[in-house]
Design a protein around this ligand. Structure first.
Ligand code: AMP
Length: 464
């Protein structure tokens, strides 16, 4: 087995030993992996006789997806959905993942991160066995649904069964899908655990784990669930962790459950935030609604998400707006899945141009043509600001983000600027200016915050 080199041709693996073909195909590779004869998690190391490499099939072509050694079926699917060139996260992550490595990818939504992990996962699937081979955990139902849709497009023409597991829809449908046999599971941690406990989901054949929007999953409090799921997955397995921010908590998780992960920080080159014009507008609290109506009338956004802090606030604002603007809907965690699906469908097809959302649900929204994000309520956590505005300016398109700031909210504004390491310009609007931001206070407050949040701002700076 020494020096075994695996070449993966799409979904078929062929083993080579020191250049001579041994003829291991599909199931046999899987068998070797199970017996522990090969370890796909090892980093390539010529000193180590047991080292295994997964190498990409070489299709000689200088750039783009063609140079990644993807299967003919995958290249056809990419052509069909008009993905002509890989995004930066795809260029960086796909080859590492195809080599079987554990990867921590720092990338925001809207940068093509779903396809970055989905393409290699689909490519590395073996012939269907008993249970699923890959599991993707994501924080919200909406995100799970989006990942399923994206994966189905990427697996077009290949016999890959993908199943979404999330709460808010009858479990029977999911049970039937699991019974039929599934290659890839995409789910929220809570519902996945639910299935494991009911013994309707078996993770014994899992070889690839993806933690998508890991920071958000930890924010929501999914950490114990995630750890319980990870403890159920057999070793060795490959783990890909995607996160907009890499906190100490994420590093702890990675240390515990990942093997020598390669770190990719794509935020630095990530164009989306750069393509967003950001402004803050000072406004008295009781005039925020008038300001909103004024902006909607002035800019006439093609598609707009308005963020509120609470679910109740979202409902109240949407009710008031309905009297003034057409095509308004609200989306948050208290609505049934059917209603949420209907709202998202309307938002995607343009019949609902104005969506009022809370952070948890709003963050998962993946629609490419959102022109405006309006922060009606300043976010409690400055990091939520980054996630909110990332709904616009996706895949390099232009976007506008407004932040409403009350006279008493100078500090949260400064905390946001501190985090993104840039000063947000103000947009003076006649009739709405609540106060002039005190420059001295702002600078001393900035210094103070900088010293207490140095690590975060240094990290934010490194990401730029
Ligand atoms: P994500 O960051 O995964 O949410 O992707 C953002 C959007 O970009 C999704 O609507 C994808 O369908 C789209 N997308 C992803 N990769 C590409 C690509 N290489 N070319 C064009 N569009 C892409």
């Amino acid at each position: 087995m020494s020096g075994l080199l695996l070449h993966v041709f799409g979904r078929q693996s062929v083993g080579f030993d020191g250049g001579g073909k041994l003829g291991y195909i599909g199931d046999e590779i899987d068998g070797l992996r199970r017996k522990g004869a090969i370890d796909l998690k090892r980093k390539p190391n010529p000193e180590n006789p047991e080292v295994c490499l997964i190498q990409r099939a070489v299709e000689e072509s200088p750039r783009g997806f063609q140079s990644m050694g993807l299967s003919r079926g995958m290249l056809d699917a990419l052509r069909k959905i008009h993905y002509t060139a890989p995004s930066p996260i795809q260029t960086a992550l796909i080859p590492e993942a195809l080599e079987g490595r554990d990867v921590i990818g720092q990338a925001k939504t809207g940068t093509g991160k779903t396809a970055a992990f989905a393409i290699p996962l689909i490519e590395m699937l073996e012939v269907r066995g008993k249970g699923p081979q890959a599991i993707i955990l994501a924080p919200t139902r909406e995100l799970v649904q989006q990942i399923v849709v994206e994966m189905q497009k990427l697996a077009h023409g290949q016999n890959v069964a993908i199943c979404g597991l999330y709460g808010g829809e009858p479990i029977e449908k999911q049970l039937r899908a699991l019974e039929r046999g599934v290659d890839i599971i995409v789910g929220t941690p809570g519902r996945v655990l639910d299935h494991i406990e009911r013994r309707t989901l078996y993770l014994g054949d899992i070889f690839h784990v993806v933690l998508d929007e890991a920071d958000r999953m930890l924010d929501i409090g999914f950490r114990p669930d995630i750890e319980r799921i990870l403890r159920q997955t057999p070793d060795p397995h490959q783990t890909l962790l995607l996160s907009a921010t890499i906190s100490d908590e994420i590093r702890t998780l990675a240390r515990r459950y990942m093997f020598e992960p390669v770190e990719l920080n794509l935020s630095r080159d990530e164009p989306s935030v750069e393509s967003i014009k950001q402004y803050y507008i000072t406004v008295e609290h009781d005039r925020k609604f008038d300001l909103l109506v004024h902006l909607l009338g002035r800019d006439n956004p093609s598609q707009c998400i308005i963020f509120t802090r609470t679910k109740r606030g979202a409902d109240k604002l949407a009710d008031r707006l309905r009297g003034r603007v057409s095509g308004v809907a609200t989306i948050h965690g208290d609505l049934t899945q059917t209603v949420r699906n209907r709202v998202m469908q309307g938002f995607r097809n343009g019949t609902i141009p104005v969506l009022v959302a809370t952070d948890v649900v709003g963050r998962g929204i993946d629609v490419n043509d959102i022109s405006h994000v309006i922060n009606f309520d300043i976010p409690d956590d400055p990091e939520n600001y980054v996630h909110r505005i990332g709904r616009t300016g996706r895949m390099g398109k232009d976007g506008i983000a407004y932040l409403f700031v009350g006279a008493d909210q100078g500090e949260p504004l400064t905390a946001i600027e501190n985090l993104i390491n840039k000063s947000i310009p103000t947009l003076p609007l006649e009739g709405f200016v609540a106060y002039r931001r005190d420059q001295n206070r702002r600078e001393s407050s900035f210094r103070e915050l900088f010293s207490t949040t140095r690590d975060r701002s240094t990290a934010a700076f490194a990401r730029r």
